[in-house]
Design a protein. Structure first.
Length: 427
């Protein structure tokens, strides 16, 4: 059986659904193929869904600030609801605590350029403005099994506050919202079928093949998350990438609340991040401190799906140093998922040397928040490339519609040198 469409999107996570929605709005006939059972069931489902602006690059700050406006007006962005309901953005603010690797002066200059409101807080202001937080300095993060872990703190730290940050309360449902919006514009979603071949002819893509069906299309977009490397190998484009992606197993844990309503807290001093949930519980994740081993996967389908005691203790015991009132239950509670991580932790949104074959990969860990703008990024790259422009030689400029900021999409090139960024999930 064969189907002919204008565009095939491989992957129905929040990024794939955003791209499908954006391209379907332009009148293209779009089909999305995903090996899972529904939208947002892969990496998206284990996202902390934080919407923050603390990035070390202009494009990172600009994209996240633009996206915040879309999350705040989600129904208008989508042009309707999803069976009468939508994911919701919760504005709780974000506090980034000081640490040597946080080049906050540079970030504040980017905030000024983009227009992001912020405040610099002393340790006393942190203690006063966010009750329940102990602003002690523990840097650098230490293994929780080491003798040094409980050593006395070395002074106190302040932080950087952005009141407009927050989180989306259901990451997978946000992807479903985007799918519903894409379907309203004629997009077609096919679940339960893995792509087994990328078809090409004369140096250009001609479609994809699953075990059940062949899909013909002039444009194919790899948004396969942790399986993006597999899809690139099928397309024969892997060797041209200077920036590579790898699947990384990550955990996020849930703890009982303390009675305080915490904002999002980025804590590179201890190597964790914290945010409240709608029910008042706490979500705890890690920022990949050097003292903790990373669990890279050879096969993105082969990993332990439940939380581990070692990672649970590493993240929650550190959080307990920052939040003295917190209770850490003996039994871990949380989720484990697989991220698609690039060499420099920034995404790759780009064309390739195979005509009509595009990628939106390396997005896991810090790009959920930017889903509202990524569809526009790919549309601009595709429109320019399909019109004969060389995005490699003359990267496309893209105007963000709500803020009017102009970003150069060459920053996301597969051919870039590793970006001068934070080099971790914080971007």
């Amino acid at each position: 059986m064969a189907t002919s469409r204008d565009v095939i999107v491989i992957g129905a996570g929040v990024i794939g659904c955003s791209i499908a929605y954006e391209l379907a709005k332009t009148g293209r006939r779009v089909t999305v193929i995903d090996r899972g059972k529904g939208a947002g069931m892969g990496s998206t489902s284990s996202s902390s869904a934080i919407v923050r602006f603390h990035y070390s690059t202009f494009i990172g700050v600009a994209a996240s600030w633009e996206s915040k406006h879309a999350w705040e007006d989600w129904e208008a962005f989508l042009g309707g609801k999803d069976d009468g309901s939508l994911a919701r953005f919760h504005r709780i603010g974000a506090l980034y605590l000081d640490a040597p690797e946080v080049k906050i002066a540079g970030t504040h200059l980017l905030f000024d350029e983009v227009g992001v409101p912020y405040e610099s807080w002393t340790a006393a202001e942190v203690r006063d403005r966010v009750p329940g937080i102990d602003p002690a300095r523990h840097y650098p993060p230490k293994p929780v099994t080491s003798d040094e872990f409980l050593s006395a703190p070395d002074g106190e730290i302040g932080g950087s506050w952005t009141p407009d940050a927050g989180y989306v309360d259901d990451a997978a449902f946000a992807a479903h919202n985007l799918m519903a919006a894409a379907v309203r514009h004629g997009a077609d979603f096919r679940f339960g079928g893995a792509v087994v071949a990328i078809e090409s002819q004369g140096g250009s893509v001609s479609g994809v093949r699953t075990s059940d069906e062949t899909y013909f299309a002039d444009v194919v977009i790899n948004v396969a998350g942790p399986h993006s490397g597999v899809i690139n190998r099928l397309a024969g484009v892997t060797d041209e990438f200077r920036i590579r992606t790898r699947p990384l197993r990550q955990e996020v844990h849930e703890l009982p609340g303390t009675g305080h309503r915490f904002p999002m807290v980025g804590d590179l001093d201890l190597g964790t991040y914290i945010r409240s949930t709608p029910s008042g519980k706490l979500m705890i994740g890690g920022t990949e401190p050097e003292c903790d081993p990373l669990e890279w996967l050879e096969d993105p389908d082969e990993f332990a799906t439940g939380p581990s005691s070692a990672v649970y203790e590493a993240q929650t015991y550190r959080a307990a140093l920052r939040l003295p009132d917190i209770a850490v239950p003996h039994t871990p509670r949380g989720v484990a998922g697989v991220y698609d991580v690039s060499t420099d932790w920034l995404p790759i949104y780009d064309r390739t040397s195979l005509g009509g074959y595009y990628v939106a990969i390396g997005t896991s860990g810090n790009q959920f928040k930017n889903a509202p703008v990524v569809g526009g990024f790919l549309r601009s790259i595709i429109d320019a490339s399909e019109s004969g422009d060389d995005h490699d030689e003359k990267p496309v400029d893209h105007t963000l519609p709500r803020t009017g900021l102009v970003v150069n999409l060459g920053q996301y090139s597969r051919l870039r040198d590793p970006a001068n960024s934070a080099g971790n999930v914080m971007g």
